[in-house]
Design a protein around this ligand. Sequence first.
Ligand code: TGC
Ligand code: FAD
Length: 404
Amino acid sequence: MITFAGLNVIIKMAEDRYSGHDYYLIDELLTDEQKLIRQSARDWLKAEVSPIIEDYYEKAEFPNQILPGLASIGAFGPYIPEEYGGAGLDQISYGLLMQELERVDSGVRSTASVQSSLVMYPIYKYGNEDQRKKYLPKLASGEWIGCFGLTEPDYGSNPGGMVTNFKDMGDHYLLNGAKMWISNAPFAQIAVVWAKDETGRIHGLIVERGMEGFSTPEMHGKHSLRASSTGELIFSNVKVPKENLLPNKSGLGAPLGCLDSARFGIAWGAIGAALDCYDSALRYSKERIQFDKPIGAFQLTQKKLAEMITEITKAQLLTFRLGQLRNEGRATTAQISMAKRNNVDMALHVAREARQIHGAMGITNEYSIMRHMANLESVITYEGTHDIHLLITGADITGIPAFK
Ligand code: TGC
Ligand code: FAD
């Protein structure tokens, strides 16, 4: 609602008129199944999420009622085998799903990314059969939501320095420490927590809501990713049963391996945000008249639109090839970093240009541009900052890590 001439004017949420853009006919490279998965996700999101997302963003709340719907389109564990409740899809389908979600809001994609790549993936990959059977089906159906605790107040880009630790007490582990900036933490039933043992080696532990000494206070005051819930994880002498340790991988490489999967999803997701901004700017440029012409008739507007679709198309080609490599198990961490860094930066630029094309209307909540732009400021920071990804590429091509 805005106030105009003393009147409270309700700005009606613009109808979701999005249609995809495929300048290089990449759809011809997709299977019928991949296209169907994308279309079902798009239809459901238009009907159930687009009409409410601005409102939840403004309230700084995640719309919990969409969890069963997210599960029904396969957004929770798209590539986890069906025997554990996952959708058993390939990596390009996973990418397309993330793109559709982020086309509507990065926070919605975030919730699905965390659940799939940072909670279900480590349980599937590093857990034992009992853990897989206990947790994965409930996570796939959205009955349980999980979160991933790696970042600490003093260790963000450098997670290897973490101080959260656990001691072996014979019949259980005793966990102490704190995590910060954790997506889904305030309402998650379980947390996959990374902590050091008495020798300093990093392990993953599944911590369940209700364990004594475990709390998840919500973080407030975000100007970005407002429709996603973010919190702390606080562990004060939490007794964690021994069967909750993920047994099949330890060391910093274990959480970083999960990040590969989430960063891949973000590389696809960011294109969704960019496509939504471009789609809106293109339509607006044909409808908005100034100096007796649609603003799309001016060369300066066309330059903006032409550069947007060029950058989007390059990003689409990058992720499609990356998806093929991931399907073949050949994508490297550095290739994923390049795509995450490039595509999120590209999306931010597209959002800023789209905002200019919308003039003053671009700052209102009648359009999704400003929300995408603000969201992307989180996306360019989490899962490795823009500069950390550049250093990952630098280390890969020179063989000389420059992190320390
Ligand atoms: P470094 O010495 O390079 O590596 C330590 C060990 O890990 C191995 N490794 C990997 N293994 C698997 N997958 C990967 N992607 C791996 N990257 C590295 C590496 O081979 C080594 O193994 P070993 O056996 O030799 O010990 O580690 P470093 O301490 O120098 O740090 C490197 C750096 C800076 C690249 C890394 O720590 C990093 O990526 N930092 C960024 C932190 C980050 O991305 N945090 C994300 C937190 S989660 C999050 O943001 C969720 S947002 C979710 C949402 O809402 O969508
Ligand atoms: P810092 O590491 O303090 O970096 C600050 C600046 O210094 C950055 O510009 C960075 O690029 C630069 N810098 C740092 N080191 C170097 C270097 N070696 N060389 C050059 N520049 C450097 N974490 C989780 O574990 N789980 C989650 O679910 C999660 N969700 C998040 C949700 C949101 C909304 C946000 C904003 C963050 C979330 N994070 C989560 C945390 C996120 O991963 C970290 O914010 C990120 O890794 C960066 O850490 P930092 O914020 O401490 O920045």
